[in-house]
Design a protein around this ligand. Structure first.
Ligand SMILES: [Zn+2]
Length: 415
């Protein structure tokens, strides 16, 4: 068990306070801090703290893959850590995006390699051959758009805007209120000639302004979001597309799993995020970056449905030590992703000692309070914002709280 130092990523949409504050550093930070990467992605690996300084987790894995990753993991995923854990702090909305399935990623990566598209090229879609299922768990209230809304409700929303120019598009979806109708409407909007977009979008936004001024009802959050997005990305067809998506608010502790093809945009908030170790993103707008519409349309899942928020109850069974109430303190986020499993450990007077099982590579991050981690002969103080790497061949980790309440996230390989 060694302390792990994350790699800080500065993107324009990041926060100057949220990640720095969580790590106990001065605020505001000099640059917007968007993500802290805790993993072994070749693009920005975390660093393992050693007696003589620090070393890239990627190098640590390469030197002793079997000890660090375990035989089972090497057989299943090759010589790589299959998951990437992050802190994510969105001050401004991220781009509208989706991620490919495993088959699509493999095919796309080979195709772009065969075409000779350079890895650094702005038009490169596939940076690797892996899918990128992802799970986000809110630390603060977290706002997002995710997945297409059930089409009859979208018809109701669009009609509530009372915009004449929208009628043909509403008719299209009303005549076919299913995934084919959503595909047709989304495809039409995202590929509108600029002259048509130039009259439709202002009319829709005028309808949105009237709606939020006179309604405190059903769709006010959705419509307000469209107005906010249009301020950030004026003239972007992604603003229309955003009207088709579920508007989601996660309270702290709630999670959202995004499978392949789910069109989504994170809007605001601080979260823990875990994903397959991939950087494959297909953008659909709300960004100055490359948008490849045909490729996006190939991967999108157009099924319109309510989004499922993960709100785990404390799990019972193994993992509990000490004299606490059986099962309290452990919250498992169950997803179908084989690459990762995320557990939230909540410490209080009922759960002062919790265990992270042995059996594979593990990353822990303390997001509130302070705990002491004991693993064999090693001990490590994990205060808020600090993280640890535990190799596959190391034993169980005992965590003991040093504050009245504390919170730790544990990331392990799924399966
Ligand atoms: Zn994403």
């Amino acid at each position: 068990m060694r302390e792990l130092e994350g790699a800080l990523r500065s993107y324009a949409w990041g926060s100057r306070t949220a990640i720095a504050e969580l790590r106990g550093l001065a605020t505001p930070s000099n640059h917007p801090e968007a993500e802290l990467w805790l993993g072994a992605h070749p693009g920005d690996p975390a660093r393992v703290i050693t007696e003589s300084g620090s070393e890239s987790l990627l190098e640590v894995l390469h030197r002793e893959p079997e000890r660090e990753l375990g035989r089972e993991n090497l057989d299943a995923f090759g010589e790589r850590l299959p998951f990437l854990l992050k802190l994510l702090a969105a001050e401004e909305p991220l781009s509208l995006q989706a991620h490919p399935s495993a088959v699509q990623a493999d095919e796309g990566f080979r195709r772009e390699n065969a075409l000779g598209v350079p890895m650094e090229s702005p038009i490169r879609n596939y940076k690797d051959g892996s899918h990128k299922p992802e799970l986000v768990v809110a630390l603060s209230r977290f706002e997002a758009l995710a997945g297409f809304r059930e089409p009859t409700r979208t018809v109701k929303l669009l009609r509530a805007l009372a915009v004449d120019e929208l009628e043909p598009y509403i008719g299209l979806l009303e005549g076919q209120p299913d995934s084919d109708g959503l595909r047709a409407l989304f495809t039409t909007w995202i590929t509108l000639p600029s002259t048509v977009l130039g009259t439709l979008l202002p009319a829709v936004l005028a309808g949105c302004i009237t709606y939020v001024a006179h309604h405190d009802a059903e769709f006010v959050t959705e419509i307000r979001t469209a107005l906010e997005l249009s301020e950030a990305y004026p003239g972007d067809a992604g603003v229309l597309a955003a009207l088709l998506l579920n508007r989601v608010t996660l309270e702290p502790g709630q999670g959202l799993f995004l499978a392949a093809g789910n069109l989504h945009a994170y809007l605001h908030g601080l979260a823990v995020e875990i994903m397959a170790n991939s950087d494959n993103v297909l953008r659909g707008g709300l960004t100055p970056k490359h948008v490849d519409v045909p490729e996006l349309l190939r991967v999108l899942d157009f099924v319109g449905a309510d989004i499922e928020v993960l709100d785990p109850a404390p799990s019972s069974g193994s993992g509990q030590s000490g004299s606490g109430q059986s099962g309290s303190g452990r919250y498992e986020y169950v997803t179908p992703a084989p690459e990762f499993r995320l557990t939230r450990l909540e410490f209080d007077s009922n759960a002062t000692d919790l265990v992270v099982e042995a059996g594979g590579p593990r990353i822990l991050i303390c997001t509130d309070g302070a705990v002491t981690a004991t693993c064999g002969a090693d001990t490590l103080d994990l205060d808020r914002g600090r993280a640890a790497w535990i190799a596959a061949d190391e034993p169980v980790v005992h965590l003991t709280t040093r504050t009245p309440t504390a919170q730790v996230f544990s990331a392990v390989v799924g399966r």
